[in-house]
Design a protein around this ligand. Structure first.
Ligand code: S3P
Length: 173
């Protein structure tokens, strides 16, 4: 099977999507695109401020627009925000525009990797652990529903995970 143009990395906050996507883009000689950065650029505002000032639905609208804008770009490796799979339209767009790799992480490891949750509005309130656990369990099936491949990232380095993504892309499976 020929790989569809883009490669999207999806998964929960703290799964390592941005770090791994940067490494994979470098190895495949493709541009790296960070969907959150694209949203911030288009909105001229940080993600946390968008949530605070305009609310989550407005952020999701911007996220869908940013995802749609990827269609006109050269084949890239795209790190998606953890909530990109929430909307059915986004899930169709991901499948239509490319291959999707799901980076799996537990809620505990995600929080440990994130450290300071100030930039993650959905986790920054009190009860971050509970929020992470319930958000992740609500989303797990959605991540799986779009994934062409799933990689467990627990206890692994980003380099190791990136190698597996590259091998998948080169395997033509
Ligand atoms: C979100 C994940 C964040 C960012 C926003 C919402 C989510 O991206 O898009 O805070 O709903 O899971 P990362 O997954 O890159 O942290």
């Amino acid at each position: 099977m020929n790989r569809a143009p883009h490669l999207f990395l999806v998964g929960f906050m703290g799964a390592g999507k941005s770090t791994v996507a940067r490494l994979v883009a470098h190895r495949l000689g493709r541009p790296y695109v960070d969907l959150d950065a694209l949203i911030e650029q288009r909105a001229a505002s940080p993600v946390a401020a968008i949530f605070e000032e305009r609310g989550e639905e407005a952020f999701r609208d911007l996220e869908s627009e940013a995802l749609d804008s990827v269609e006109s770009m050269a084949p890239a490796v795209v790190a998606c925000g953890g909530g990109v799979v929430l909307r059915a339209d986004n899930r169709s767009t991901l499948k239509r525009l490319g291959s999707v790799v799901y980076l799996e992480v537990t809620a505990g490891e995600a929080l440990a990797r994130i450290g300071d949750t100030q930039s993650r509005p959905l986790l920054s309130g009190p009860g971050g652990t509970l929020a992470a656990t319930s958000l992740l369990s609500a989303r797990e099936a959605l991540y799986r529903s779009v994934a062409d491949m799933t990689i467990e990232t627990g206890g692994r380095t980003p380099e190791d995970v990136a190698r597996e993504v590259v091998a998948f892309m080169e395997s033509g499976r």
